[in-house]
Design a protein around this ligand. Structure first.
Ligand code: PLP
Length: 390
């Protein structure tokens, strides 16, 4: 396709809006937890397409399902019934305990749908979100996303009645709710801010307050869904049932798909919301294949076990007690290494040694490897981390 990596870098700069700061590698293929670049160098991938590639790269079940479906039917729009969409909706409802699904194509779109549904059902447009939250980049999902670096140049945003309260503080939510509040939106574990894990009981307490005050609870499980935290969904750690739930990232094994789920009684009616591409036969086939792999390979349990393995090993190998390391925290294979200094250099050093990691905030390395990663591969990741955290 291109004769050299340099040509890719040059043309990318010439033709693509420069919204991403990328390291100078061009990725060409992947298998399991490994990706290979233009030069043939392999990397153990602890970014996994930003917590998307839960079943790893090129999983044969997913590849076969997509091959078959793409030769039959990729897209017909939602003007017609298709089987994979209905099958996936049934599956998601069963896995999550939610009642019904609306399909879209990305995380931000599922948040968009959630905010619209909450507004429709309550007749209100006030929202409460958490400091440190990340819910997406469309103008309404951005309205409930914290952090000036995402927001400033786009202000005033469209939703102008959003209050941000301290995460992991249920009473702050109680105090912030007023007569205009439609819903509270939270991540069960904050991802983009650096894997911030709330105390046990927090979500349960928030749910209680919401029920008491007649306010909806939206849980954004876009990053925590599908085994990432050692449970199917993050909400299970606190045994809480939200009114609305958003999914995307790992849902489609890398194929773009999002979903907004709601409890009984919360629904759009004909014409109130729609998506041209949402829930296409191809996207839903990818999701069904991915879920089947998660089930048959017991990846949810595996995530839990490997998460614990990583923590033990990180402790035993002295990574935890390293003076540059402030804290290592995580649930399942959603892990953060908080440093006492910025981590950009370490990301480069790890890549040179064949491990892909990224920083979620200045000084937090986030590890979200494919759930199919092996113990030996995790050992290799730890030894690279030990070598670079200095
Ligand atoms: C990634 C993410 C989003 C946004 O998803 P996109 O597919 O990038 O629009 C929203 N919420 C959370 C918790 C996320 O991790």
């Amino acid at each position: 396709m291109f004769s050299s990596q340099e040509e890719v870098f040059e043309k990318e700069k010439r033709y693509i809006m420069q919204t991403y700061k990328r390291p100078r590698i061009v990725l060409k293929s992947g298998k399991g937890a490994l990706v290979t670049d233009f030069a043939g160098k392999e990397y153990l991938d602890c970014v996994a397409g930003i917590a998307v590639n839960a079943v790893g790269y090129s999983h044969p079940e997913v590849v076969t399902a997509l091959k078959e479906q793409s030769s039959k039917l990729m897209h017909v729009s939602n003007l017609y019934y298709t089987e994979p969409q209905v099958k996936l909706a049934e599956k998601l409802s069963g896995l999550s305990g939610m009642h019904k699904v609306f399909f879209c194509n990305s995380g931000a779109e599922s948040v968009e749908a959630a905010l619209k549904l909450a507004t429709k059902m309550t007749g209100k447009a006030g929202f409460i979100a958490a400091e440190g939250s990340f819910h997406g980049r469309t103008i309404s999902s951005l309205s409930v996303t914290f952090g000036t670096k995402f927001r400033t140049v786009f202000e005033p945003l469209l939703l102008n009645n959003v209050k941000f309260v301290r995460y992991n503080d249920a009473s702050a939510i109680r105090n912030a709710i007023d007569e205009d509040t439609a819903a509270v939106i939270l991540e069960p574990i904050q991802g983009e801010t650096g894997v911030i894990i709330p105390s046990e009981g927090y979500l349960r307490e928030v749910k209680k307050i919401c029920t008491e005050k007649g306010v909806l609870l939206i849980l954004d499980e876009i990053q925590t869904g599908f085994g990432r935290t050692g449970r199917w969904f993050g909400k299970e750690h606190d045994d809480v049932e939200p009114d609305i739930m958003t999914l995307a990232k790992a849902l489609g094994a890398g194929f773009p798909i999002g979903a907004m789920l709601a409890r009984e009684g919360l629904e759009f009616e004909a014409g109130e919301h729609a998506s041209t591409f949402g829930g296409s036969p191809l996207a839903c086939t990818a999701a069904l294949a991915s879920i089947k792999v998660i089930e048959t390979e017991k990846l949810v349990e595996r995530s839990r076990e490997l998460g614990a393995y990583f923590m033990d090993k990180a402790r035993a190998e002295g990574l935890v007690s390293n003076p540059v390391v402030k804290e290592i925290r995580g649930k399942g294979l959603m892990i953060a290494i908080e440093l006492t200094k910025p981590c950009a250099e370490m990301v480069d050093a790890a890549r040179e040694r064949g491990v892909l990691i990224n920083c979620t905030s200045d000084n937090v390395i986030r590890l979200v490897p494919p759930l199919v990663i092996s113990k030996e591969e995790l050992d290799a990741v730890i030894s690279v981390l030990r070598a670079i955290v200095k």
